[in-house]
Every structure is written in C-alpha cells, then in structure tokens.
Design a protein around this ligand. Sequence first.
Ligand code: ADP
Ligand code: ZN
Length: 721
Amino acid sequence: MIIGVLVELANKNVDRTFDYKVPQSLEKMINIGVRVEVPFGKQRLEGFVLEIKQTSEFENLKEMIRIVDEDIILNEELIKLGQQMKKETLAPLISCYQAMLPKALKAKNKFSISKKYDIFYRLNKQIVSEYKLNISQQKIIDKFENNDCILKEELLAISPSSLKTLVKKEILIEEKKEHYRTSYFDKNNVINKLTSEQEKVVSKVNLEKNEVYLLHGVTGSGKTEVYLKLIQKVIAKKKTAIVLVPEISLTPQMVYRFEQVFGQKIAALHSALSEGEKYDEWRRISRGEVSIVIGARSAIFAPLSNIGIIIIDEEHSESYKQEHNPRYDAKKIAITRSSTHNCPVLMGSATPLLESYARAKKGVYQLLELPNRVNGKSMPSVELIDMNYEMKYSQGHFSQKLLTAIENTIRNKEQVILLLNRRGYSSFVSCKNCSYTIKCPHCDISLTFHKSSNVLRCHYCGYATVFPKDCPSCHEKSLSSIGVGTEKIEEELKRFLPSARVLRMDMDTTSRKGMHRKMISSFKDHEYDILLGTQMVSKGLDFPLVTLVGVINADTTLNIPDFRSSENTFSLLCQVSGRSGRSTKEGKVIIQTFNPTHYAIKLSTNHDYINFYQTEMNIRRKLKYPPYYYICYLKISSVDEQILSQEVLKIKRALERNLKNTIILGPSPCAIFRLKSTLRYGIILKYKKEDILYDTIEKILNHYLHNNKITIDVYFEPTHF
Ligand code: ADP
Ligand code: ZN
C-alpha cells in the first residue's frame, strides 16, 4: 500500500502530496484523512493521508513512520472544503486544513496538551444561616441568590479575604471542574412564546431545503428567540446546528441563552478555552455527542454530521473573514456546507452588509424581516449634537446635554452606555514648542498615550516606550497629549460626575481571561452606573436598565479612508443605539459629532437602514465599488524601497497584460506606508466577471515564490483596505 501525504510545511514549494510506503502491520489502520508521521529530508514531519493507492510514479519510496491518532481527523467533507478554500484564497492546501483544526490536531509536531481546571464555589445552604456575616461576606452570599455556583474570577473583585474566610468556615465549598458552565444570568430555561412576527419568520424557513435566508431584524426585535426556535425544530428531527457569532468572548449573554435552553447538547467553542479543552470539544463533536456548536469564525468547520441549519448572527461583522492566510470567508464556507447537507443558512443582522441585502433584493437570498421591537417596545429616540457649535459650551469632551442626560439617568437609578471607539488616553503626543509628534520607530503611525501605565504605545505593532520627560526634538519640557481615548473620558467622568460608578471596558481592561464576562455580569447587577468603552460595548448586549446611550464622537470610524467607512459608521451607531431602552423603560440616545449632516450619521438617528442602503448603493454604483463590482486587493511589501517600487510596476504590467475586463488602480502606497518596518504598496482590482483572475494572480505568486525580498498578500473581496 502506498499513501499520498500532505505534510505540515505551509510552504508553496511543498504544496502537494508526497508518496510513502505503508508497513503491512499498519495497513488496516490507514484511511483517508488520518494523521501520520513521515520522514521528510532529514526531518520527521506530520501530515494527512489524502490518497491511498497501489503504485507510485516515483521510485525508492520511503516508509511512513507511524499513525498519530486512531481516528480520522479530516473526513470527506472537510477534505473537499479544504480544496475549495485553496482555490478561493490561493493559500497552500495544508494551511487550509490547519485552519479547520484545533491546535492539538493540526499536523504539527511536539504539541502536548495540559488540562486546565476552573475553580468555582457552591453555597452550603444548610449552614449559612447559622453565621453572622459581615457586609462584604453578605455581598458575596447575595450573589448566590440566583446561582448554584460561581466562577472564582467572578468573586475576586469583592474581597479575596472574605472569600477565604467563607471557605474556611465551609459556608462556601470550593470545587474544581474541567469545564465550567456559567449560571449567573437570570434563569430562563425555556424559549419565550414567540410573538406573531417571530412566528411568521420561523414558519418561512424551510428546514428541508438548501436556501440562504437573510433576517433583517431591528435591534431588540428578538432574533435570538427565532434562532432558538429553529434549532429546537432541527433537533427534533435528530439533526444538528452550527451557530456563528462574531466573537464568542464578546457575546457571553447570547451563548448563555443557548446553554440555558439546550444544556449539555451544546459545545461552545470559546476562545478562552485551553487547547486541551478545545481538543476535547472537537472530539465530542466528531463523536456525535453534541447537537449544537456555537462559536466564532472557525466553528464553521465543526465536524458535525447531519447538519440541519447554520445560523450566522450579526452577519455584517468583519470577523467572519480571516485576516491572515488562508483568508477564508466563514459565510461562504457556511453556504458550501449547507448545500452538502441540504439545509438552510440563516444570516441575521439589524444592519446587513450591503452585499447581503443587495442579494436579498435580487432574490438570491430570501429576505425575512422583523421591523419592530418585541412586544411593541419603541426604538430609542436619537438626538444629534453638533460639536462644531457645542464645543464652546462643553466640559471636556462632553456637551452640556449629554452630561445632564447622564446625571438624570443615574438619578433615576438607570444605567448608561458610553461609546468612544478609541482606547488609550490620547491619540497622539506632540510638542507645543516645535510641533514634533512622537511616532512609532517601525510604523508610520503616531503613538498613543496610555496614562495608567505611563507608556506610549503603537496600536499597530505593539511597540511601547516610556513617556519622555521632554521633547525628543527640541528638548523643551513642552510635550502635550492631544486627542481623546477611553482613558481620558474615564478621567473626565470622575471629575464632572464624581459619584458615578464608571466601568471602562476596552482591550486594555479586558485582556485578562474572564474579565470581559465578569464586567458584563457586574454591570448587569447594577454595580456600576456607566459602562464606557470601545465598540465592544455596542455588540449584542442586553441590559434592561440601560436607558441612555451616549456616543462621544461619531466621527472616528467615518474618517478612516475606506470605501466601507460610511457603512461601518452607520452600523456601529445603529448597533450601539440599539442597547438603549430594551426593557420596559423608554430609551434615549445622544450622538456627538462634527459631521451632523453626513448621511451615515443622520440616517442612523431614525434607524433607517433602507434609506441608508439606497443612498449608499448609489454612491457605490458611481464609484464602482461592491456590490456593483467585486474587489481584489493586492498588498505588496518589502523592506527595500527600491526593489519594491520596481516590482510593483512589473506586477501592474503583468496584470494589465492579462486582465482585459478589470479596472486596475495603483500601485499606490498603503494608508500606513511603513508598518513593522516593511513598506507596502496596494493595487486594487475591480471586476464584474474576470475568468482568468485567479490563474493570473496565481502565476504572479508563483513568479515570486523564491523571491524572499517581496511578499504578496491577496485579499479577495476584502472587508477593508
Ligand atoms: P436582537 O438580537 O434582535 O437585538 P434579542 O434577541 O436580544 O434581540 O431580544 C431582545 C429582548 O427581547 C431580549 O431581552 C429577549 O429576551 C426579549 N424577547 C425576545 N423575544 C421575546 C418573546 N417572544 N417574548 C418575550 N420576550 C422576548
Ligand atoms: Zn508600530
């Protein structure tokens, strides 16, 4: 027996199978998709068996070494998916397969798994009443009112020493569990009785047919209940389901809702799981022990069989496309898998991606709508504040109106969400004397000041340096920080509203494991009045007490030079507005902007997606952007400026010679020309139909295969430039 093995090297030069002989003793265990170890040059490498045959065109074949795992890792469906991914992304085949697998199963040597345990506490109800508790102990005990057990990290903030005492007195029992399931949101284990609008949507989804549905439902329209109901029906048919969410650690409430309803049937592929846990979950899935997989982008590869529905929540999210190679699109993979399994795909959003809505309009997707909030709740009222005018009367970065509204909301014992899409203290630091601005030594980007750690940081490459005492250029003590980030807003809130309890949530405060979830639960428990943060606070959160949403500066995303900046701004404003007034009380939104007449900002105040869609479509048509044209973006980079400028012109000429139906723009320097010490040019291709596009680009990639001075990155249908 001879096998064709695809080895672990993600190198274009070895992007094919190599033949090996199989020792007779192993023949029985060899299958397509099994992971094996083989000699390769002087190394021992892992790889996947993609072919089994009796003869080979090569002579003197080496013998394979061993079989790594007993199970088949890549089933027939995944093997085909990988081949399709390679065609669509032009990435090496092995990297397509690696992208589908948890680390422990990737063909990669020397990976060992260590199990991690979560520690949590259970309340010993029998003896708690016998003790007289102090205030901080009582605070901890109160948390158990609605929960059986609580994760250690969620209790630490209160008082570690009180916790210790409670454990010593055996009022709390410490337990270790391999996999912990949250249980701290309110209990509701059944699906709500659907409203007639939700019912109608559910009835329109044909579970026996391969069809793509786009559910356009305003924020708070109850899309989650629709998902739950459909999955319940799928499970009743003994089928399985995949649910994709933009980023699983940012959507604990959604995941928890699914766990409440479906319990052990669910595998939640959290990014916070250890590699060992991810490996366990993957095996549970492939053994058929779970019916529902919920997770971010890569969960689309979950080895479920008999899939009955694939749901993609917040389908407009950029996160469904992988930024690095293989640059696959989870939505496309979903559609491919749905046709293999003959099941529907349901994509939901309050602000669908323009391309998706256009497809729904054309009838390529079936459009489903939830135009109203659940049970007649109204959309929040939105007010724009023109900061060109209000700046004169403002305190710090707050207009009087916003500040007053925050005060009133807190006085009513309600909660506020504030959005500023920029972390750190200031956007840059410059000298008042000589106007010198401090930049990253590796990138064409000014450094951001982080006051709490007193460092200047590059948000692109991570470079950090201590805030200098005087100007590096003129040596005067006249450096000042300009612009605003979440840290500065937090400081201003402390000054203007000293009694308000402010919780800041951004990448700097949520980097520790479990922090994000903890913050969401303590804000929900009303331990804070204001949740201040970057776009993290705009996503999928459902807090009944939030009646005011404030946007400090709506223009941050608008000023990004990208054809999607209007769309992204509109989406972000609608999404964050949608956090207000979701329960019984009326919601309000205040948006501060220097561009109050811009259509993306103006139309967001009426939550008017349809009007935005039409306006934006007109612009896209005129400028020949998606959905009217497809785009392919080539990024060509090098550390050597001279070589780079020569080669980009050659590449452009090669493209021009071959692509007769394509508009070719550039080469032009990228918006950030120098990044991590490499220089970058971009070429934009716009086309409606270009049959030889992939071939042409592949030829160019092959031409530069052995040229290590030039790197070419290819982005088909990029989410941004
Ligand atoms: P969306 O995802 O569309 O923004 P959600 O699914 O979060 O909206 O629902 C908004 C709120 O309405 C949630 O608090 C949810 O529990 C509640 N809800 C949804 N459907 C129903 C229903 N049929 N009956 C009662 N409450 C519902
Ligand atoms: Zn940098």
